[in-house]
Design a protein around this ligand. Structure first.
Ligand SMILES: Nc1nc2c(c(=O)[nH]1)N[C@H]1C(S)=C(S)[C@@H](COP(=O)(O)OP(=O)(O)OC[C@H]3O[C@@H](n4cnc5c(=O)[nH]c(N)nc54)[C@H](O)[C@@H]3O)O[C@H]1N2
Ligand SMILES: Nc1nc2c(c(=O)[nH]1)N[C@H]1C(S)=C(S)[C@@H](COP(=O)(O)OP(=O)(O)OC[C@H]3O[C@@H](n4cnc5c(=O)[nH]c(N)nc54)[C@H](O)[C@@H]3O)O[C@H]1N2
Ligand SMILES: [Mo]
Length: 761
């Protein structure tokens, strides 16, 4: 068992910096890389850019986190060895752990794998492009210039709606915009991003209540708040820079309320490495820590709202003047039975009273939330309930208060803004058509999960992944592998190897190596979760071989559509040219046009709400009424959440230990001691975990008293074998945080039945 740390951040984070520096070839080299003018590569809090790395958007320096060091050092690693793909067969790669794949090195050469073969083979860039273009070439290909002979591949070309285009949130606005426009001009709306597995419920929920899908405030507002709610997230580990904001808030006398079934060490106490006093003594973060059951938030949030109204702490005038449906919500809150609220949330009257008292006493309140809220079949309702609660006291539409979904990937919000969704917003659609003089398809596009299901039904032939790990991020890993296996051609644009390259194999799979953000030959932009657009200068390539994402996309587009149509794709390799189009097409982005020259980063217009007027049909916020979901889980079951450890970034694992939770290894299930007793298990015992979707054996039962009894946790992505495909109907986000499982000791295999032994007899 690892020693349990009592604080997040702190000396381990400092020591880690030095050890990472050694891996990167010295402290100076790492320092230079970290200080370069490029937006940070990890979460969407928004650091770096023209302020220089390690500074936030208000220029405050130094802001450094372990995650950004890990991501930087990963990009600084050596190339995958030339003999690598000859040495390791596909079955061997499938045995690699996510960490072993990531640390195999940077991808520098395109490689191809064909079903039935045992190894990836190198392929030239020319051949790789030719195969992709041939697969997409329209029927009249032969008559168009620039179009490669169809005979290159045996299988027939894919028609537009037989293709899909998946984007991760690491790519730039420019690459995202270019690829989505290409996919539409090619003829499909099967365009989607990792957000469908992440914050889509926040966009849909905020849209339904406020008519806008992003944060209602800016970083400066957060710095004046006197109460911050942290609901369903572990920012100490996943958004460490938020911790210095929370430290300042506590020093000002403000408060933090945490709602989470796990008591996360770093949310109780955090030692901010850049602050000597905090580093020595630690900073208390949570003023109040409440542990609902997994999935109990909707009942809890509704209960807090009910209590606030009972206490007359709501703002009747604001609700009447600036909100619709207040009478309905008020009636529903009054009619709800307290016993139902306590039972469905797992939170008792005292705790609800304590939260309501804190809320009622605060003046400037910010509500933040993460995946514990969105990863449910009622993720959108969860978000709406948070918005309701904020509106009850008029916390939206004025300075120093508001709603703040804490985003995942560094540019996931920008990718969304660029129109990487199946259905384009009306204004974007119209402007795109008129700017380029085009007609765009109007068919309903498929979201991420729908693409996987269509692939499984053999309705799709071609997939294109701009970064990310579509296989690894999917629920039901067995299904995901099978579905991708039915595609004719799957193209991955990646910097390093991941589990998708081993398990997500189509009939033909191409991996194309790309440059990281700080190696781009031209500047690119990213959007933070505060709606702030950053400029990244790019920098020298670290390896010979990888190409820029933009060059790859423009080359394919030129090859498939030619350059004589409404868009000369060959000119679209220039990021200034792409930004000109973005400025004209995407509302709010007008200033992006000259950002390459002026280097002036900017706040997006029309996103921040400092007055209570909202872009809904009536101009008022739309309060929503919800029925409360049942608390699921019978006496022989556990509610399982699938979460990140301290040592990973999504499907990329940097370290096998989870420092703050004190857990060694990843092949574990975290259980409260009461649940170990309930299932007659010893700590350390090997168990079999079953869900309706899959089963995992030899999982080590680990005693973890910080989790609410009745609930359990395992690490994603390995446990995605267990996660069913049940998704929220409104956001299409799978319920990654609520999987019903059973647990029992793994039976020692009966060797007498093994065929080998039979033969020996
Ligand atoms: N270091 C690091 N940083 C990251 C990432 C990473 O993998 N590593 N990933 C990035 C991305 S893409 C994202 S989306 C974010 C993810 O950031 P988070 O959402 O913070 O990450 P998770 O580990 O998915 O989430 C888990 C938290 O939700 C709690 N939780 C689980 N179920 C429930 C529930 O039903 N109710 C409540 N109230 N809480 C619940 C868990 O106890 C845990 O503390 O982080 C980003 N930043
Ligand atoms: N069970 C379970 N499943 C989940 C979640 C969960 O909490 N539980 N979380 C979900 C969430 S929130 C998300 S966001 C998804 C993650 O979804 P994805 O974004 O699809 O996955 P990542 O693991 O972040 O992608 C990692 C890969 O990105 C590549 N990469 C890194 N930088 C670049 C770059 O600059 N350009 C390009 N082209 N590639 C780059 C690297 O090759 C790396 O292997 O997973 C989802 N799945
Ligand atoms: Mo995410």
């Amino acid at each position: 068992m690892m020693r349990q740390v009592r604080t997040g951040g702190g000396w381990p984070a400092v020591r880690y910096t030095f050890s990472k520096a050694r891996e990167a070839g010295g402290l100076w080299k790492l320092w230079k890389a970290m200080r370069s003018k490029n937006a940070c590569k990890t979460c969407a809090l928004g650091m770096g850019g023209q302020q220089g790395g390690m500074a936030n958007e208000r220029g405050v320096f130094p802001e450094v986190c372990k995650k950004s060091l890990q991501a930087m050092v990963a990009d600084m690693q050596g190339a995958v060895k030339p003999e690598f793909f000859k040495t390791y067969s596909i079955p061997q790669l499938q045995m690699f752990s996510p960490r072993e794949l990531e640390t195999s090195g940077r991808l520098t050469l395109p490689v191809i794998h064909r079903q039935g073969e045992n190894y990836y083979q190198p392929i030239s860039w020319e051949d790789a492009f030719a195969r992709i273009i041939a697969k997409l070439a329209p029927a009249d290909a032969a008559t168009k210039p620039n179009i490669i002979d169809r005979a290159v591949t045996a299988a027939p070309a894919a028609s537009p709606n037989e293709t899909f285009w998946y984007f991760s949130g690491r790519s730039s606005n420019e690459a995202g915009f270019l690829l989505q426009v290409f996919a539409r001009v090619f003829g499909t709306n099967n365009v989607n991003n990792c957000s469908f597995y992440c914050h889509q419920a926040s966009g849909v929920g905020l849209g339904s209540v406020l008519g806008t899908g992003t944060a209602t405030l800016v970083l400066e507002d957060l710095e004046h708040a006197d109460l911050v709610f942290i609901i369903g997230g572990n920012p100490a580990s996943n958004h460490p820079r938020l911790m210095s904001t929370l430290k300042h808030l506590r020093r000002r006398g403000g408060h933090v309320v945490v709602i989470n079934p796990i008591v996360e060490t770093g949310l109780v106490n955090f030692s901010v490495p850049s602050d000597p006093i905090s580093l020595m003594f630690g900073t208390k973060i949570a003023s109040l820590y409440v542990q609902p059951h997994i999935g109990g938030d909707l009942a809890l949030l509704t209960g807090i709202a009910k209590r606030i109204v009972e206490m007359q702490a709501h703002d009747e005038q604001y609700l009447t003047k600036y909100c619709d449906h207040w009478p309905q919500l008020k009636a529903q809150l009054a009619s709800l039975d307290w016993a139902e609220i306590y039972q469905k949330s797992g939170v008792n009257a005292d705790a609800i009273q304590a939260i309501a008292t804190r809320y009622a006493a605060a003046e400037n309140v910010v509500f933040t939330w993460t995946m514990g809220i969105t990863h449910h079949t009622y993720g959108v309702e969860n978000v709406e309930a948070i918005a309701n609660l904020a509106l009850l006291r008029g916390m939206v539409g004025r300075p120093h208060a508001g709603l703040l979904p804490i985003r995942g990937h560094s540019n996931v919000q920008g990718i969304g803004s660029m129109g990487v969704t199946p259905q384009l917003k009306e204004a974007l659609f119209e402007r795109l058509e008129s700017y380029f003089g085009l007609q765009l398809p109007t068919t309903a596009g498929l979201d991420t999960l729908a693409c996987m299901e269509a692939a499984d039904r053999k309705e799709l032939k071609f997939g294109f992944c701009l970064g990310g790990n579509l296989y690894g991020s999917n629920p039901d890993a067995t299904f995901a592998s099978q579905a991708l296996g039915k595609l004719d051609l799957l193209v991955y644009l990646n910097t390093t190897l991941n589990t998708g390259h081993a398990h997500g194999l189509a009939k033909e799979t191409l991996i194309l190596p790309v440059l990281a953000r700080d190696e781009e030959p031209q500047s690119t932009t990213q959007e933070s979760m505060f709606n702030y657009v950053r400029l990244s200068d790019g920098g020298p390539a670290r390896h010979v071989g990888p190409k820029s994402e933009i060059e790859i996309i423009a080359t394919i587009a030129s090859g498939v559509l030619g350059n004589q149509g409404p868009i000369d794709w060959s000119l679209m390799q220039n990021t200034n040219r792409i930004r000109e189009a973005i400025a004209k097409v995407v509302p709010g982005f007008e200033q992006i046009k000259d950002v390459g020259e002026t280097k002036k980063e900017f706040q997006l217009a029309g996103r921040t709400f400092h007055t209570p007027h909202f872009p809904t049909k009536t101009g008022k916020a739309q309060l929503r009424v919800h029925s409360l979901p049942e608390l699921v889980g019978g006496p022989h079951e556990l509610r399982l959440m699938t979460i990140r450890s301290e040592g990973q970034f999504n499907t990329v694992v940097y370290e096998d230990n989870d420092l703050y939770r004190g857990i060694e290894g990843r092949n574990v299930i975290l259980l409260h001691p009461e649940d170990l007793d309930r299932f007659h298990l010893q700590p350390g015992q090997k168990t079999t975990i079953r869900s309706q979707t899959g089963e995992m054996t030899n999982i080590i039962a680990t005693s973890f008293e910080k989790i609410r009894p009745g609930n359990a946790a395992m690490y994603y992505p390995e446990c995605n074998i267990l996660v069913p495909r049940s998704a929220d109907p409104r956001s299409r986000t799978p319920a990654f945080k609520l999987v019903l499982v059973t647990i029992e000791p793994t039976k020692v295999p009966d060797m007498t039945k093994s065929p080998a032994l039979v033969r020996l007899r």
